[in-house]
Write a protein that binds this ligand. Structure first.
Ligand code: UDP
Length: 239
């Protein structure tokens, strides 16, 4: 079924969100060519980025669908557009870690690259003005981020299922999945679906042979060849 782009609803840092004409339960997402980091303090435009991220996100959503893990993905439209189910988003960033990196390695006094015996799932409160702080489960309930207390466990279980599928997918592509961030929301039936995107913007991905970074840390830490690495991730996932 073909869909028609409706009016602009919202412009975010990495995406523009439109209605889908005549479809109240769908939205039309456009992946922009912009990079932002450190809560929007660092910015850049790189032509072709939206197309690469849309392609990677679609591949992952389709792989999850094959494994019966529901997400908002409905269809692709051209190079930079994706049609998704409309969700009422949960104000949590659900982070899964297989290997310690970045500020968490520092916080725990362990070296970046320390592999974890089992994956960690953590909740961060999605609030730009607070800098998305780490919060406990009880704080997540106090903030009424979810409709039912048991939904926090559902989010953790779902995040671990996604992790299992993605670990295999990236391993087969010669890439180590270090950590990543997911966002979830409620659909019109009240079901929890995976939303947002999964891409090198929201994952740490290291080359299996060299441990070279292939993700947004190249942008955050000025390592160069940002888009070349994103393209290489896509090439390996599709080869
Ligand atoms: N992440 C993200 N958006 C955010 C915060 C984190 O996509 O707003 C991703 C990030 O790319 C990384 C993972 O979530 O893959 C963990 O990020 P965090 O900032 O917690 O890293 P730390 O440096 O604390 O390990």
């Amino acid at each position: 079924m073909s869909h028609t782009q409706g009016e602009l609803l919202y412009e975010g840092k990495a995406k523009r969100i439109f209605n889908v004409s005549g479809e109240s339960q769908l939205i039309w997402q456009e992946f922009k060519d912009s990079f932002t980091a450190f809560n929007g303090e660092k910015k850049a435009e790189m032509k072709g980025k939206g197309q690469i991220n849309r392609a990677i996100a679609s591949l992952i959503f389709q792989k999850l669908k094959d494994q019966k893990i529901p997400s908002h993905w409905v269809a692709d439209s051209g190079d930079i557009h994706m049609i998704t189910q409309k969700l009422e988003m949960i104000d949590l960033e659900v982070v899964v870690r297989n290997v310690l990196a970045g500020s968490t390695a520092k916080k725990l006094g362990m070296a970046e690259g320390t592999a974890l015996e089992k994956p960690l799932v953590e909740f961060y409160y999605k609030k730009d003005e607070l800098g998305d702080p780490f919060i406990s489960d009880d704080q997540a309930l106090l903030l009424k981020t979810v409709r039912h207390d048991s939904d926090l466990q559902k989010l953790k279980d779902r995040a671990l299922q996604v992790n299992a599928v993605m670990l295999k997918m990236f391993d087969e592509a010669g890439i180590r999945l270090i950590d990543f961030k997911l966002e979830f929301g409620y659909d019109s039936a009240g079901e929890i679906l995976l939303g947002d995107e999964i891409s090198p913007d929201s994952c740490r991905l290291w080359d299996k042979q060299t441990n070279e970074k292939m993700d947004k840390d190249r942008f955050r830490r000025d390592l160069g060849d940002v888009l070349e690495n994103y393209q290489e991730v896509l090439n390996r996932l599709t080869k």
